[in-house]
Design a binder for this molecule. Structure first.
Ligand code: ATP
Ligand code: MG
Length: 297
């Protein structure tokens, strides 16, 4: 299967690239301040600060267990945070401004409302097995956004075409390759017209030959201005597509920077060791004995 050359999602936002931090002139689409999360006694996130500008692509990297998935799940309110604040377009997640201006905890309905603005693409697709590709993409807008069935189907057909699956719309997930399933999952997330897309290692469960087609769709999305946070081990993708690379280590943001500077000159020893493992560049010497062989990007 060849990668779709033209995803053409027409998100209507251009952007400049290449600077560390927020894309010049853009407002923060998402901010995290002092985000902490414990599971039992284990502190998994230890005060995360992160700003993501509108239209910015942030690649989140770091060793297994450093807290990347937990951070994404907290940003999407799949987990509640213990302390700190996350805002989407300036509105704090899980809190709501009362008429007197004070903040109070959101009701579950309000949480669900805000979650609609955040698309989440999981490592393992999470498609409904009993629904066709088309139904997988068309269903949520009907159930959650109140879109009419006919309109949702037209949009779903458009999205599936754009991710290169025009000829597979009626297939059930079990009849699709991993790469195709993941493209359905991306189309499904986009069908909700999210403000931000979160990707949690979207290619790590794929056969190597289908990784490229999923990265191609993500690359198109990025080029068309989608705000994205991507947890990835695809360092080639991060280098080429990210505006900023953020390295997590043991529940903190260890360092971050524009990809060129970040990969050429990582400041922290732990970053160098991590990159040495995943890139085999020789940063920081050979991988530690017993270290898992990282996928190359
Ligand atoms: N629901 C949970 N209950 C208890 N501990 C958890 C839970 N989810 C994650 N953890 C722990 O939190 C830590 C961070 O996990 P997380 O999945 O966020 O790491 P990660 O950086 O995404 O790792 P990987 O690269 O392997 O996906 C790990 O020690 C993990 O065991
Ligand atoms: Mg993870």
């Amino acid at each position: 299967m060849t990668a779709p050359s033209e995803v053409g999602l027409d998100l209507g936002k251009g952007k400049g690239k290449g600077e560390a931090g927020l894309v010049a002139g853009s407002a923060a689409a998402l901010t995290a301040r002092g985000v902490c999360k414990k599971f039992g006694k284990v502190e998994v996130l230890k005060g995360i600060d992160l700003d993501v500008g509108a239209g910015e692509v942030v690649c989140l990297i770091g060793a297994s267990g450093s807290g990347k998935t937990t951070l994404l799940r907290c940003l999407n309110q799949l987990e509640t945070i213990d302390s700190g604040v996350v805002t989407i377009d300036g509105v704090p997640l899980g809190q709501r401004k009362g008429s007197d201006g004070t903040l109070r905890p959101s009701k579950p309905k309000e949480v669900a409302e805000m979650r609609k603005d955040i698309g989440f693409v999981f490592q393992r697709f999470n498609l409904w097995p009993q629904k066709t590709a088309l139904e997988n993409v068309a269903l949520s807008p009907v159930l959650v956004r109140g879109v009419g069935k006919a309109e949702a189907e037209v949009r779903a057909r458009g999205l599936l075409t754009r991710v290169g699956l025009a000829d597979r719309m009626d297939a059930y997930p079990a009849k699709l390759s991993g790469g195709q399933q993941q493209r359905v999952a991306i189309a499904r997330a986009l069908a909700m017209q999210p403000k931000i897309m979160l990707f949690d290692e979207p290619t790590s469960a794929l056969e190597p030959e289908t990784v490229g087609e999923v990265l191609a769709v993500m690359r198109e999305l990025a080029a068309e201005g989608m705000t994205m946070i991507c947890v990835t081990h695809e360092m080639g993708f991060a280098r080429e597509v990210a505006d900023r690379v953020v390295m997590m280590d043991a529940g903190v943001v260890l360092e971050q920077g524009d990809p060129k500077t970040f990969f050429a000159n990582p400041k922290e020893e732990r970053t160098r060791r991590f990159l040495a493992r995943v890139l085999d560049t020789g940063f920081g010497g050979p991988a530690a004995p017993g270290a898992p062989a990282g996928p190359t990007g």
